[in-house]
Design a protein around this ligand. Structure first.
Ligand code: SAH
Length: 478
């Protein structure tokens, strides 16, 4: 072991920081968080440090560094821009047996400040011994994303009730099970739902129960985004990491399922156009069955669960059956396809509204409000429309949308196989057929789509705006 790990209690203890710039300010800020009594020494101070001196939060030694500044300091941080000066501070400090850190200079330092993940009272510190700071930083990012921010408040709660938990569960094994329940069960869920008072009430109620609290199942409706795993939210990733069972749509990318906990059971409840179809009632029954068995269930849906995803129905059903639920939004196809084809959905001059429309209605397509949909100065984002492009185009033209209205039809948006087809409304069905565009694809129709030909950046571009130059701009579309 190259370095001895330690967590120092600096509360009320003098610490010296030499340097007056941004780096020194960052170091001082961290020391203040740990309650240290910070003195900063430098000829001049930056605005932040100056403010802290004025507020009396730190002490200030003005002028050029002198070795007597070290007197009384438990730790020394050298954060000046001059390496010879930093070396002198380190040498002086070491002669007096102080621990010295020279920022970004392990060779001169006798201690290093690790990368941390702060979920106080839990603190994770990472060091690569100065050998691989990039690796340490990446690891920190990974852990930062995996450790839910409610971990801190949960541990604080557990700390306050520690004696009562110990008294109630004298047996070690029972106590462990109680702590597991605390981490995985309703208390944690209530903290995530920003309801700390109810979380504490749950804990108190559980402590007054005769039996141990039973593991309670829960369901999280999670939006998986359009396909690219990079578009998952941190919450979605955490939910996947903690799941016992994952009920997922057929369209979910395998790379996303690969991110899930290894021993989570995965159940496809696919509804792929034409293929195997799981009735909604079966999905409801499965959710209920697994949650009632005490499992943490993730219902993973493409895009966002509440946009053409029947997530609302599932949530209502589960609520009606008393199952604890959370919802994690995802990036819906319209937003992802717009971004990945370079098309802004709104524009100051050309589109003051966006409509998310589905071409897959319970009723016939004729029941959509075509006069409204055909209005200009708005963008239509049409989901599930590939097989309905003929009728869609006919109705929009019949209700007055200009034949020259530009469109972008994005197939497999955000995936490596993305294809973006551009053209004008009147030629939409023919072009889509010519290029054999298949589901999943999203249609963006409106003046804003005119920029796709020039600003599209992901995957393959097909077609062109027949009546426009290849560098069509929104000004041309006006
Ligand atoms: N809840 C989903 C939509 C489900 S409906 C969401 O918020 O995105 C399924 C339709 O979404 C598909 O028919 C297609 O129109 C669209 N869609 C989903 N993923 C897509 C993708 N990667 N590229 C293009 N369209 C997509």
């Amino acid at each position: 072991m190259q370095l001895y790990p330690l967590f120092a209690d600096l509360a009320g203890r003098p610490v010296l920081v030499v340097g007056g710039g941004d780096v020194a300010a960052r170091k001082a800020a961290m020391l203040l968080r740990a309650g240290a009594q910070v003195t900063v020494g430098a000829p001049m101070l930056g605005p932040e440090l100056r403010q802290w001196v004025q507020q009396g939060r730190i002490a200030y030694r003005a002028g050029a560094y002198q070795s007597d500044w070290l007197a009384g300091a438990w730790l020394v941080i050298a954060a000046t821009r001059s390496r010879p000066l930093n070396a002198r501070i380190a040498a002086d400090g070491h002669a007096q047996q102080r621990l010295v850190n020279v920022v970004d200079d392990p060779a001169l330092s006798s201690f290093q400040v690790p990368a941390i993940i702060d979920r106080s009272p839990l603190l994770v510190a990472i060091s690569s011994g100065g050998v691989a700071p990039v690796l340490a930083r990446r690891l920190r990012e990974r852990l930062e994303s995996l450790l839910d921010p409610t971990l801190g408040p949960l541990l604080q709660l557990a700390q306050r009730y520690r004696a009562r938990i110990r008294a109630r569960h004298a047996d070690l094994a029972a106590r462990r099970r109680f702590y597991d329940w605390l981490h995985d069960g309703p208390v944690r869920a209530l903290l995530r739902a920003a309801q700390p008072v109810r979380a504490e009430q749950q804990l108190v109620a559980a402590l007054s129960l005769h039996q141990e609290p039973k593991a309670q199942g829960s369901v999280i409706l999670v939006g998986a985004g359009p396909g690219d795993p990079g578009l998952l939210t941190l919450r979605a990733l955490r939910a996947l990491n903690e799941a016992d069972v994952i009920l997922h749509d057929a369209l979910i990318d395998a790379r996303i399922l690969d991110l899930a906990r290894r021993d989570a059971e995965q159940i496809a409840v696919g509804k792929r156009g034409g293929g195997a179809h799981t009735p909604q009632e079966t999905i409801h029954a499965l959710l209920l069955e697994h949650a009632r068995a005490g499992r943490r269930v993730v219902r993973l849906k493409g895009g966002d669960p509440f946009v053409f995803g029947r997530g609302g129905e599932e949530l209502q059903f589960l609520h009606a059956h008393g199952i604890a639920c959370e919802v994690v939004p995802g990036i819906t196809a319209a937003l992802a396809c717009a971004a990945y084809s370079g098309v802004p959905l709104t524009h100051r001059d050309h589109a003051q509204a966006v409509r998310l429309v589905t071409a897959q209605c319970q009723h016939a397509l004729t029941q959509l409000n075509w006069p409204e949909l055909a209005q200009d100065r708005q963008t239509l984002a049409v989901y599930m429309g590939v097989s309905k492009l003929d009728e869609l185009t006919r109705q929009l033209l019949a209700h007055g949308r200009a034949p020259s209205t530009p469109f972008a039809l994005i197939e497999n948006g955000s995936l490596p196989s993305q294809r973006t087809l551009v053209g004008t409304l009147h030629e939409l069905p023919a072009l889509a057929a010519q290029h054999a565009i298949e589901a999943p694809a999203l249609l963006i129709l409106g003046e804003v789509a005119a920029v796709a030909e020039a600003s599209h950046w992901h995957g393959q571009l097909l077609g062109r705006y027949a009546t426009r130059s290849s560098t069509a701009t929104l000004a041309d579309a006006a």
